[in-house]
Design a binder for this molecule. Structure first.
Ligand SMILES: [Zn+2]
Length: 224
């Protein structure tokens, strides 16, 4: 039906986008409904001649394709391939183990993408002194520490951040450096709360899907 009174409010699009993340979806494995942001989206590729199809993990929620939602919990991931096959009427090739690995890999890439986005939008503090100062002023809302940055991990301010639950261990000095356009980087402070939240959620997922997701995967593809 056509709405005779279309909303003239220019903020309507933003409200609709936010509404979409709060919309309830049903986990394909356990059948429980949940806000979309607490579930993972899986997208199936086209069915091939033998009736099999590939499945990809869509963490940003924007991929086209036949999708289904699943809890990022081991019990649900284990049942997902069979449930997906039934619902999509094709044989999903992935085993639960492969699916778990694919989720971790997709989450790892998403952390990388979100960090790149933080650099592009200048929502970062780089290096020990600026990050420690940013933590003191409250400007830095999350620190990302390279896993091999041992000296940085020993800093009192970084240890306090980790204890306060605003520390994320991710990647290596080399990977973090590549995002920052330098050879190595051990410590980054994130100043955008939205990006910080999304990075924390993706990093949790990158470490494995054992725990139920406390994190909401709010789609933050670009923050300005
Ligand atoms: Zn479930």
């Amino acid at each position: 039906m056509i709405d005779p009174h279309p909303d003239p409010d220019p903020a309507a699009d933003a409200r609709r986008a936010s509404h979409a993340r709060r919309t309830e979806r049903t986990c394909i494995a356990c059948g429980r409904s949940e806000v979309a942001s607490a579930l993972l989206r899986l997208v199936a590729g086209p069915a091939e001649a033998d009736g099999a199809c590939d499945v990809a993990v869509d963490l940003s929620g924007g991929a086209f394709g036949r999708g289904a939602w699943v809890h990022p919990a081991q019990a649900c991931i284990a049942r997902a391939p069979r449930a997906l096959s039934r619902s999509l009427k094709c044989t999903v090739r992935a085993t639960p183990v492969e699916l778990t690995q694919a989720i971790a890999l997709a989450a790892d890439r998403r952390v990388e993408g979100l960090l790149a986005s933080a650099f592009r939008s200048r929502n970062v503090r780089v290096g020990s002194d600026p990050v420690v100062f940013g933590l003191e002023t409250g400007e830095v809302v999350r620190v990302v520490v390279a896993r091999d940055a041992l000296a940085v991990a020993c800093l009192g301010a970084v240890q306090r951040a980790v204890a306060d639950g605003i520390g994320t261990a991710w990647g290596t000095k080399e990977r973090l450096g590549a995002i920052a356009g330098r050879s190595e980087l051990g410590l980054v402070g994130i100043t955008s709360p939205k990006l910080a939240k999304a990075i924390a959620a993706a990093a949790t997922l990158a470490n494995g899907v054992g725990a139920p997701a406390e994190a909401s995967g709010d789609a933050v593809t670009e923050a300005r």
